[in-house]
Design a protein around this ligand. Structure first.
Ligand code: GLV
Ligand code: MG
Length: 347
């Protein structure tokens, strides 16, 4: 086992020291851009002011014969734009693919100092994180990168779910984790053909009623178990959990419901794969103004966060104070990025 003192030493001579705390950033949506398409790359300057994270996708959904073009396109879009406080991420190809090594060596060499996070797909265990951790440190050292590039894992294999706690705590480079429902469904041999969301046949039936009237059916959430397990693993390790993709672009209502369930359970954001999903993520992952107002009332009523008070007939104590602080801290982050929301929150 690695000893505590070793944990925060750089893994290569000349690499930047690992971070002890994650940077505090608003990451309500991770917006996917297919960087081999020049038309979509041209929209990046506009996107930077509209989204919290711009991600150049090199993995699934990029055709095999466009992998190099996507890598080059990502480097070009990273070079050509000023991202300010908006995050710049890339999703590299899986470690067992023919492209992952060149993705990393080319990207860190060209734009390592602009890159915030590498998203790693199909993570099965801590060993995948250790490999990437070491390789990133070597590349950072070689190319004079001054701040550590963080790692975000996609939880999308049955083996990964088995090892989720070890993955979350594998390295101080870990930023967070996203649920990947499409690959996870395939890995588990789930009998679905969807990218996230519910399924009408995954339900429980109400008891039979006297007289044989129709039985009510209640659709259940296919992802609740995994999401709960992932949120606990991330929270315990001090990293951020995210819901991943929602593939039915025609059903914004269901997308919003899936995003909201994840938000309520502790997730910080979700992926946006289509421009319409940016607004949905913004709405869901910015706290509700009514909730913010009530949370502020709790904080005001208990200035040192201890004791118990009654507010609108509801008991508040140290635990609700901490919940209120989560809501107000998030509202402050949103307000810093979006002054119009700040006004609505009164912050
Ligand atoms: C995302 O990569 C997924 O497989 O759902
Ligand atoms: Mg996937």
């Amino acid at each position: 086992m690695k000893l505590p003192r070793q944990f925060f030493k750089p893994l290569a001579i000349g690499a930047p020291a690992p971070l002890r705390e994650l940077p505090v950033r608003l990451e309500r949506m991770i917006h996917f851009v297919p960087p081999h398409l020049e038309k979509l790359r041209a929209k990046v300057p506009q996107l930077v002011s509209e989204v919290d994270v711009v991600l150049g996708n090199l993995e699934d959904a990029i055709p095999a014969d466009a992998k190099e073009a996507a890598r080059d396109g990502f480097i070009a879009m990273a070079r050509d734009n000023n991202f300010g406080t908006t995050g710049l991420w890339t999703r590299i190809n899986a470690l067992n693919s023919p492209w992952a090594l060149d993705d990393l060596t080319a990207i860190v060499a060209a734009i390592g100092n602009k890159l915030d996070v590498v998203m790693l797909p199909k993570v099965d265990g801590a060993w995948d994180i250790h490999y990437l951790d070491q390789l990133l440190a070597q590349l950072e050292a070689r190319h004079g990168v001054t701040k550590p590039i963080l790692i975000h894992a996609i939880l999308e294999t049955a083996e990964g779910v088995n090892n989720v706690e070890a993955i979350a705590s594998a390295s101080p480079r870990m930023h967070g984790m996203s649920l990947g429902p499409a690959d996870l469904a395939a890995s588990r041999a789930m009998k679905t053909t969807r990218v996230g969301g519910g399924h009408p046949d995954y339900k429980v039936l109400a008891d039979t009623a006297p007289g044989g009237s129709a039985r009510a059916a209640y659709q259940q959430d296919l992802w609740h178990y995994t999401l709960g397990k992932m949120v606990d693993a991330c929270a315990a390790a001090g990293i951020k959990p995210f819901y991943g993709p929602f593939g039915d672009f025609s059903d914004s209502e269901a997308c919003e419901a899936q995003f909201r369930n994840a938000f309520l359970m502790g997730c910080a954001g979700a992926w946006s794969l289509h421009p319409t999903q940016v607004a949905i993520a913004k709405k869901v992952y910015s706290p509700d103004p009514g909730e913010v107002a009530f949370a502020r009332k709790i904080l005001d009523a208990m200035p040192d966060g201890t004791g118990a008070v009654m507010l609108d007939g509801k008991m508040q104590d140290d635990a609700t104070w901490k919940q209120a602080k989560v809501v107000v801290d998030l509202a402050r982050l949103v307000a810093a990025k979006d002054p119009a929301m700040g006004k609505i929150y009164g912050l």
